[in-house]
Design a protein around this ligand. Sequence first.
Ligand SMILES: NC(=O)c1ccc[n+]([C@@H]2O[C@H](COP(=O)([O-])OP(=O)(O)OC[C@H]3O[C@@H](n4cnc5c(N)ncnc54)[C@H](OP(=O)(O)O)[C@@H]3O)[C@@H](O)[C@H]2O)c1
Length: 233
Amino acid sequence: MKPHIICHMMTSLDGGLHPSRWTASPDGNRAGWSATYEDIHKRFGADGWLVGRVTMAEMSKAGPHAPEGPFDVNRSLHVADPDARSFAIAVDQHGKLHFNGSDFDGDHVIVLLGKDVSDQHLAELVADGVSYIVSDGQEMDLYSLLETLGREFNIRRLLLEGGAGVNGSFFAAGLVDELSLLVAPAVDARKGSDRFIEYGQDGLAGKCELSLLSCDSLSDGLLHLKYAVKASA
Ligand SMILES: NC(=O)c1ccc[n+]([C@@H]2O[C@H](COP(=O)([O-])OP(=O)(O)OC[C@H]3O[C@@H](n4cnc5c(N)ncnc54)[C@H](OP(=O)(O)O)[C@@H]3O)[C@@H](O)[C@H]2O)c1
C-alpha cells in the first residue's frame, strides 16, 4: 500500500516559494513563519519527508565522489539502515545528487532513481550509507516507488515538501491525499517567479480536485489551509 501523502508547503498569498523575495509584514517575520512551518511539520508525525532533486541539492551540497570499480550493486533496491524509523527522501531520476552522509538531522536518506542510473552512482550511495530504490520502467513510476517505500521501509505517512516540480508530478499522478498550505501575509509578485506547484504547459485542470477541510488563523498573520485532494474521476 502506498503511504498517505500530505503536501505541506509555505507560500506567499500569490503562491510564491522563496520567503526572501516576499514583502514584509507588521504581523510577523520570516523567522516566525518558518518556525510555525517546522512546528506543523513535526505535529503531522509523519514517517518522513520527500522533496525534488533541486530542493535536495540545496540541502546536501556534496559533489561527486564515486568509489573505484568494479561495482557489485543491487540494481533495484538498497536498504542501508534497516533500523531507520524516519526518512529524508529525494526524487533524482538521473542520479545527480551526492551526499556527505546518510542522514539529515537523524532522518535517513533514501533516493528514488531512474532505470538508467549508473552502477558507479549506486556504489557511491552505498558507500555513503544512503538507501535507494530504482524505478522499473523508463519513466519514473511514482506509484510503484511509493509502494516500495511502504513495503520495504514501513513508511505509512509522508510529507511532500516541494519544490514546484515534484509537487506537480505527484498531484498529476493522483498520489496526493491532503494539501497543508501555510499562507504568509506577503506577496512575491515577481514576473515568472516560482510558485509552490507547477505541471507542464497544461497544468493540473482535469487531473485533481481539492475540497476545504479547515482554515485556521495562526500567529504572525499566518493562515493554515487544509484540503482533501483526490484525482479527478
Ligand atoms: N517555500 C517552501 O516551502 C519551499 C519548499 C521546498 C522547496 N522550495 C524551493 O523550491 C525550489 C525548487 O523547486 P523546483 O520545482 O525547481 O525543484 P524540485 O521540485 O525540488 O525538483 C524538481 C526536480 O526533481 C526531479 N523530479 C521531480 N519530479 C520528477 C518526476 N516525476 N520524475 C523524474 N524526476 C522528477 C527532476 O529532476 P531532474 O531535473 O534531475 O530531472 C526535477 O527537475 C528551490 O529553490 C527550493 O528552495 C521552497
